[in-house]
Design a protein around this ligand. Structure first.
Ligand code: GLA
Length: 749
């Protein structure tokens, strides 16, 4: 049983494999947060926790004359309302019909439900192996009747707790929600570091770890998407926590729209973490009886360092967020024509690329932007999803057939949410594009967005996309989204509901994706947003993989994939081998380096393979064979980041089989230095007592090594204990080369 309740029905014990979560409703009905952390057996734990008054606290009236120490601003709480006497950032803010905004939530009841709850219209983790149980705690603002149900699903084996909130208007009048966080979590006064992720185009999810100072540190998106700039996820770490040791918490939003993630350290040192829809772009009108669902957030704890948190999230996302056939099945290795041709192709070129791709072992050819409407550059055509038969020289059905005859499956790109002003769709439905009446909307990449909150827009997209998939026989869809929302207004909403725009937009995107998933259950959808601008657990519920970044330079990718991997699994990260010199940076790198980096993602190609000389094609084939041979380890192994991309010499990471029987090390040198040093690291995830053979994956790499490295990396047997304690070093070559990469396989002897 992962959920227990005390006999009086007011104390709640949530247990995962390694963690405990405790809360209790006190005598005034405040739902107090007591503890979240290492598994703690005793039911007496609540006795150990104590809220210390801040001094001159505001006391609820019922205690005021008896207990001047009871203050809502000092009590750790599960979900706190705005407008009362909790002066920290609060989770729920509502405006009542009489204009008042005070909400004081008190415990009313609880219920336990078997399995995992679902949320209508929204992505949410699921349980298909009997791991989850759900606790629902009902809180109510007694004076108005507003009801908040807090959902906690405990995934015991996975070590993850999910949270979501349902607010129901049981008042006599209309209520407007102004903030409704999905997750609120209070921590006792201790020092914490917060790791968040910042970025921009071609530089997504750089991790930034700071010591939490007094005040509020927040990251957010006001862009209508989770964004390139900040990710809706964070790690709260003890200051001494490293990659492989120490404790910490991870949170991740199962939502893809505007968000606010706040960490408030109050003047007494307590920390409150909150994550939810961004209140600046949110208000939601509820008539009596109506309810609102706040999206889900994931929560985990580990004392195995940052990698422990990552492993929990990786396994959970792979297992309980990603759905359908492509959750477990081996995914196709694709070649995408974008960097190979950009907009400049014809049907013959495409088929030639598919044929050359098939020759190197690729099994899916993806036709990117430019196949539809009038679209030879990015100034026109979006919204006109009718294939440009003059350009491709045949119908889309025939093109699909030709590509299959060339030896690969067929996949296709869409940017469904966007519309060009120069398009038939815009000319026919100018009101479908997002713009404020009387104002010229801003363009981004020359485009506007469609009002996805409208059902007629959603239905049109479902119809347009479905007909292309059916006609072409596409097995893969790249769903792109290349600008942020601005100039918000929906002709379909009354004035007092315009604040619902962003969330209704997201619900619309999810509805279109879900409808397509149901209609085409075998279709593999890859998310994309100017690279990785909408990389979140919400999208992963519909799109098992997401293009990580438009930056395909393997050296720049080291940091992008490193940061992304803090929360998201290797298996979700779109990664391709592209041309050298790289189109974004001009950097020249060996093919092997590009392949090693792309293998710690979905692995694919994005270059004009028809132009590659035979020996290069042979090398590509070889890399692809290596990827397939190591597929299980690369895609499902436990990832350890052994040397970070900020290291002076090398980035090193490891994927270890869960049973400790083997591991793959990948090393990439940043620059060549004349003054050489050993880049050492300790190998993780092996069995101390077992003996392992250490060898280079490519035999020919042994030739490059100096004599000492040769004796080690050419099949030497070493104990798991020695690999963990003394460790290994990046193989030393006779002539250090810039950007050289190695893969080292460690297998139980
Ligand atoms: C975005 C995507 C790219 C590519 C182009 C096409 O930039 O991130 O991968 O699909 O659009 O226009």
């Amino acid at each position: 049983m992962s959920i227990r309740v005390s006999e009086d029905g007011r104390q709640f014990f949530l247990e995962t494999k390694t963690s405990s979560y405790r809360m209790k409703a006190d005598e005034l009905g405040t739902l107090r947060h007591l503890y979240y952390g290492e598994k703690s057996g005793g039911d007496d734990l609540p006795a150990l926790f104590h809220a210390v008054p801040r001094g001159h606290d505001a006391n609820p009236h019922e205690t005021g004359m008896k207990d001047r120490d009871y203050g809502l601003e000092s009590i750790p709480q599960e979900y706190s309302g705005f407008g009362g006497a909790d002066y920290r950032t609060t989770a729920l803010r509502a405006r009542f019909e009489d204009g008042t905004r005070t909400v004081r939530l008190r415990f009313e009841s609880y219920r336990i439900e078997a399995g995992k709850y679902a949320i209508p219209g929204l992505p949410a983790a699921y349980d298909d192996r009997g791991d989850a149980e759900t606790l629902v705690i009902t809180l109510r603002d007694a004076e108005t009747g507003l009801k908040a149900e807090l959902y906690y699903a405990v995934f015991e084996e996975a070590d993850v707790i999910t949270r979501a909130v349902k607010v129901t208007n049981e008042t006599a009048g209309t209520v407007t929600l102004e903030k409704c966080a999905s997750l609120a979590l209070d921590f006792p006064a201790r020092d914490y570091d917060l790791m968040t992720f910042f970025g921009r185009w071609a530089k997504e999810r750089t991790p930034e770890r700071v010591k939490l100072a007094h005040g509020i540190r927040a990251v957010q998106s006001l862009r209508g998407a989770s964004s390139l700039q900040y990710n809706p996820s964070a790690l709260l770490l003890a200051p001494e926590t490293t990659e492989t040791s120490g404790e910490g918490y991870g949170i991740a939003f199962v939502y893809s729209g505007s968000f606010l993630l706040e960490a408030e350290k109050d003047p007494a040192g307590d920390v409150r973490l909150q994550l939810g829809i961004h209140p600046d772009l949110f208000s939601w009108k509820l008539a009596p009886g109506e309810c609102f669902y706040a999206p889900e957030a994931l929560l985990t704890w580990s004392n195995a360092g940052v990698s422990g948190i990552s492993h929990h999230f990786h396994d959970f996302i792979n297992r309980s967020i990603v759905r359908g056939k492509w959750r477990d099945a081996e995914r196709p290795v694709l070649l995408n024509n974008w960097e190979g041709t950009y907009f400049h192709f014809d049907g013959e070129k495409l088929v030639a690329m598919a044929k050359a791709a098939a020759e190197i072992g690729v099994n899916l050819f993806v036709l990117d932007d430019g196949w539809f409407g009038k679209r030879d550059d990015d100034r026109s055509g979006l919204g006109d999803w009718q294939p440009n038969e003059a350009k491709i020289g045949c119908s889309i059905r025939e093109l699909g057939e030709k590509v299959r005859a060339a030896g690969t499956a067929f996949g296709i790109w869409f940017e469904p949410e966007a519309v060009s002003e120069d398009s038939d769709l815009f000319r026919a439905h100018p009101d479908w594009a997002i713009a404020v009446p009387g104002r010229e909307p801003s363009l981004a990449r020359y485009e506007l967005l469609l009002d996805l909150g409208r059902k007629d827009v959603q239905d049109r997209l479902i119809e347009d996309i479905s007909s292309v998939i059916r006609a072409s026989g596409a097995v893969y869809l790249k769903w792109d989204f290349n600008r942020s929302i601005s100039d918000r207004y929906s002709a379909a909403l009354p004035a007092d509901r315009q604040g619902e725009f962003d969330h209704r937009y997201m619900l619309g995107v999810y509805r279109v994706l879900e409808t397509l998933r149901e209609a085409f259950p075998e279709l593999l959808i890859e998310g994309c947003s100017s690279g990785g601008g909408r990389f979140d657990a919400g999208m992963l519920y519909y799109t098992p993989q997401i293009w990580t970044s438009d930056d395909t330079d393997p050296i720049e990718r080291l940091m992008i994939q490193y940061g992304t991997s803090m929360i998201y699994p290797v298996r979700t990260m779109g990664a391709h081998v592209s041309a050298s010199p790289n189109h974004q940076t001009g950097r020249k790198t060996p093919l092997h380096t590009r392949a090693v980096v792309a293998m710690s993602g979905t692995f694919g190609f994005e270059l004009d393979v028809t132009k590659a000389p035979e020996e290069e094609k042979a090398e590509m084939r070889e890399e692809l064979e290596t990827f397939r041979a190591l597929y299980g380890l690369l895609q499902f192994g436990d990832l350890y980041r052994l040397l970070p991309p900020t290291d002076e010499n090398c980035t090193v990471w490891e994927q270890a089989a869960k049973d400790g029987s083997r591991a793959l090390l990948s090393t990439v040198r940043h620059t060549a230095h004349a003054a050489r040093v050993l880049s050492g690291f300790q190998v993780q995830g092996l069995k101390d007592e077992a003996m392992y053979r250490v060898r280079m994956v490519r035999e020919k790499d042994v030739e490059k090594l100096d004599d000492t490295s040769k004796t080690l990396f050419d099949g030497r047997t070493v104990s798991g204990r020695a690999l963990r304690t003394a460790g290994l070093y990046v193989p030393v070559t006779c002539f250090p080369e810039e950007y050289e990469a190695f893969q080292i396989l460690i297998e139980e002897a």
